[in-house]
Design a protein around this ligand. Structure first.
Ligand SMILES: C[S@@+](CC[C@H](N)C(=O)[O-])C[C@H]1O[C@@H](n2cnc3c(N)ncnc32)[C@H](O)[C@@H]1O
Length: 291
């Protein structure tokens, strides 16, 4: 038996390799992670609801994901994502709002949309009339959705995002001209959803991430959904509730996992319940529903 065979095929060889595996195989990964943590601790002010850019590959996968769940062409989704990435007016508004907010000590100046690029492209491609987002926090997602709705309105497809949060001092990022496309509902989300009376085109859960609470939100909004509605969750990396709800609605569930660029955070994701093989375009869905 040679040395290679000794390490590979014997119990003693396996035991001898343990320190080498730890130091040479796993060790470099841990060091890279510690390096990112050290860099983040001095360059970022955030300590929760981490924001980050996606890796280039992950961003392209997000284009494919949104194309799949909306049934819309890949090139159109790519165009909408690039539209947000290159919107300097919107970016400047967010930076200004951060600078003048008392939250400037716990927020980074640079807006990093991450998976919210996908939310934006989905709203642009499907032209919803009513979007509901639970969980506002700084309002990055709300502002991104409102920016998409503003562009839709400019093209003749008006829409509103209703965003709920339990904290009244949320949403410091939202300002005109985007604010007009948004209504903030302060209070417990489930209570707000139970009172909501309008048909919901896109519902996005991003509030209390306890799976039982997520489920309670889905049940509270269920009566407001219609056959073409899309249901999204920002909690599907740790909860199967949207997958379960998709089954209840007779829809397909698909999950996209974020891959943050140069960040120690493992990333969040987008779960979507949708009708596979169908193009979601709400103006047409509404017309056929009334015919
Ligand atoms: C993850 S953050 C939302 C992030 C936001 N959607 C974004 O794009 O950055 C979760 C928010 O949910 C709110 N929240 C927690 N429990 C809630 C509840 N029961 N009802 C409404 N909002 C709640 C928190 O105050 C917090 O602002």
């Amino acid at each position: 038996m040679n040395l290679r065979e000794f390490f590979k095929y014997t119990a003693v060889g396996r035991a001898v390799l343990i320190p080498a595996r730890l130091l040479k195989v796993a060790g470099p990964h841990a060091l890279r992670q510690i390096g990112k943590m050290l860099q983040w601790s001095v360059t970022s002010k955030e300590y929760y609801n981490h924001t980050y850019h996606l890796t280039d590959l992950n961003r392209d996968y997000l284009v494919s994901y949104i194309a799949a769940v909306s049934g819309q062409p890949l090139l159109l989704i790519e165009k909408y994502m690039a539209e947000l990435e290159t919107d300097t007016t919107f970016r400047s508004t967010l930076e200004h709002r951060t600078l003048v907010s008392r939250d400037r000590h716990n927020c980074d100046l640079e807006p990093r949309y991450g998976r919210r690029l996908g939310w934006y492209a989905l709203v642009r491609a499907t032209k919803p009339k009513i979007v509901v987002e639970t969980g506002v926090d700084r309002g990055l997602g709300t502002a991104v959705i409102a920016a998409a709705l503003k562009r839709n309105a400019d093209e003749g497809f008006p829409g509103l995002v209703y965003a709920t949060d339990i904290l009244s001092d949320c949403v410091h990022l939202l300002a005109e001209p985007y604010k007009s496309f948004c209504k903030i509902l302060i209070g417990d989300s489930v209570a707000s959803l139970k009172q909501f009376q309008q048909p919901v085109d896109i519902f996005l859960h991003d509030s209390n991430h306890d799976p039982e609470y997520e489920w309670a939100e889905f049940l509270a909004i269920e009566q407001r959904l219609h056959p073409a509605s899309l249901v999204l969750s920002d909690n599907s990396q740790q909860s199967s509730k949207l997958r379960e709800f998709a089954g209840r609605l007779g829809k397909t569930f698909l999950y996209f996992q974020d891959q943050p660029k140069n960040h120690w955070w493992p990333g969040d994701g987008i779960g979507t319940a949708f009708t596979a093989g169908q193009t979601t375009y709400f103006p047409v869905a509404k017309e056929s529903a009334t015919n």
